[in-house]
Design a protein around this ligand. Structure first.
Ligand code: GRF
Length: 206
């Protein structure tokens, strides 16, 4: 990803996180890229510079405040008209990371950020994805289908819900007495473990 700006200075890779809810993944990603130890070791130049939410009451906005990261509350009409493109350009966003963001991404934004918008889904796509498959609904569907395993999928975002090319998957076992809540906990652990690492890998490779 762009390593130098027009003045020849090394440039930060700037991440925007889009989230509608609690933001535990956002918190882990922020921590990963601000950890002084790993930043120094890896000469890391990546920063979460913007949190975008469609929900003014989302927990993720409190995280943004606490971490002193700018936030942007978006509304549907403008999102589907211009994708808030000029706002994203202002923050020089290189990668858009969806972490529990419930709105579909408009085509204009996908075309402006080709292969630079990724999402995490709490199941093993292509199964258990698509419109309406979010939160506990996913885990209920997985358990009702008597699956023996579930996991997380990180994928590029295209015009369809949970459909773009899969970048990474990690699995966990489902025990016979697992409830949707227990499965959700297992999945969250996997998400927190892998999402920051995969984001870093994508940034290094672009
Ligand atoms: C995660 O389970 C993610 O897979 C899904 O939305 C959830 C967000 O959780 N897309 P959190 O707000 O990061 O805790």
């Amino acid at each position: 990803m762009s390593e130098h700006d027009s003045t020849g200075q090394q440039k930060n890779n700037c991440i925007a996180i889009f989230a509608s809810g609690t933001g535990s993944n956002a918190q882990k990603i922020i921590e990963y890229f601000t950890s002084p130890l790993t930043s120094l070791q890896k000469g890391r130049r990546t920063k979460v510079v913007l949190i975008v939410s469609n929900n003014a009451n989302a927990g993720v906005l409190k995280i943004a405040e606490r971490e002193k990261i700018s936030s942007l509350i978006i509304e549907g009409k403008k999102f589907y008209e211009d994708g808030y493109l000029s706002e994203l350009k202002k923050y020089k966003i290189d990668l858009i990371v969806l972490a529990g963001f419930l709105w579909k991404i408009p085509s204009s934004l996908i075309q402006s950020y080709p292969d630079k918008i990724i999402n995490i889904h709490p199941a093993l796509l292509p199964k258990f994805g698509g419109k309406g498959m979010y939160g506990s609904k996913v885990h209920e569907a997985v358990i009702n289908s008597k699956e023996k395993e579930s996991g997380v999928s990180i994928h590029y975002v295209d015009e369809l819900y949970d459909h773009g090319e899969i970048i990474f998957q990690a699995k966990c076992k489902i025990e016979d007495d697992d409830t949707p809540d227990i499965l959700a906990e297992k999945i969250h652990l996997l998400e927190h473990q892998y999402y920051p690492l995969i984001i870093e890998k994508i940034i290094m490779e672009q």
